[in-house]
Design a protein around this ligand. Structure first.
Ligand code: ADP
Ligand code: MG
Length: 238
């Protein structure tokens, strides 16, 4: 089980304040959405949670333990990016197997886990293909598969569906929610898409210029926006 807390997180790049005193509680096993316009600080926040970037000040806690100086591997996170970030010279099978090979699992165990994940994601037919032979939707499934095989405590997803066309985006969105519910794992998901946020999130946090405007259950925030910015960003209640 993994809860994630941000305590008084500040981030500056040279003299520019990018995150301004962020406080957040992500509960164990929830689908948490960080929603904001481009440049609002979503990726920076996710990278700090991942351990890819250090905050200028403040603490990151996993299960109430400070992890500030721990690496992504030590934190037990897996990340999924907008651009898939697959290894171009490896087949789908070997892309998914990569984290397991790093951990020196036996071939039998690796094959079994890769096939299980391929089944979950509908990738059985594509295991021998290379990334250049995949559609965007298939590539993003492989990227998800590579995160799933690691069985991380926390999944961090940075606009994973942004590069996909609407039909595939909606399809994978539904699957993602099911996967998260079946796994019972903590997901922190960054998006600029209000509909994605509303349909996926157990809780959503709205970020604007490095500051949190509002955090809550999607319908709660939608019906009771704290200010005009949040109202306009989510759309008027109907
Ligand atoms: P988002 O993911 O919401 O689009 P980012 O977290 O990528 O936002 O960026 C937030 C702000 O921080 C932007 O103004 C961006 O230009 C700035 N920024 C991000 N990374 C760096 C960096 N490595 N150096 C300087 N500025 C950065
Ligand atoms: Mg970003």
């Amino acid at each position: 089980m993994v809860s994630v807390k941000l305590k008084d997180i500040n981030k500056k790049f040279s003299n520019t304040v990018v995150l301004n005193n962020m406080n957040l509680n992500v509960e164990d096993k929830e689908f948490f959405i960080l929603l904001g316009a481009s440049g609002s600080g979503k990726s920076t926040t996710l990278n700090i949670i991942a351990g890819l970037e250090r905050a200028t000040s403040g603490d990151i806690l996993f299960d109430d333990k400070i992890v500030n100086s721990m690496s992504p591997v030590q934190r037990g996170i897996a990340m999924v990016f907008q651009d898939y970030a697959l290894y171009p010279h490896l087949t789908v099978r070997n892309n998914i197997a990569f984290p397991l090979k790093m951990r020196k699992y036996t071939k039998d165990v690796i094959d079994e886990k890769v096939e299980e994940v391929a089944k979950t994601l509908g990738l059985e037919e594509y295991l021998n293909r290379y990334p250049r032979e995949l559609s965007g939707g298939q590539a993003q499934r492989v990227s998800l598969g590579r995160a799933l095989v690691r069985d991380p405590g926390v999944f961090l997803l940075d606009e994973p569906l942004s590069n996909l066309d609407a039909k595939i985006r909606n399809q994978i969105r539904v699957e993602l929610k099911l996967i998260q519910q079946n796994l019972g794992k903590t997901f922190i998901y960054v998006t600029h898409d209000q509909q994605e946020a509303m349909s996926l999130g157990d809780h959503i946090a709205i970020l604007r210029n490095g500051k949190l405007e509002q955090v809550g259950a999607p319908m709660e925030v939608y019906k009771n926006p704290r200010n005009e910015y949040v109202a306009a960003f989510l759309g008027e209640p109907v």
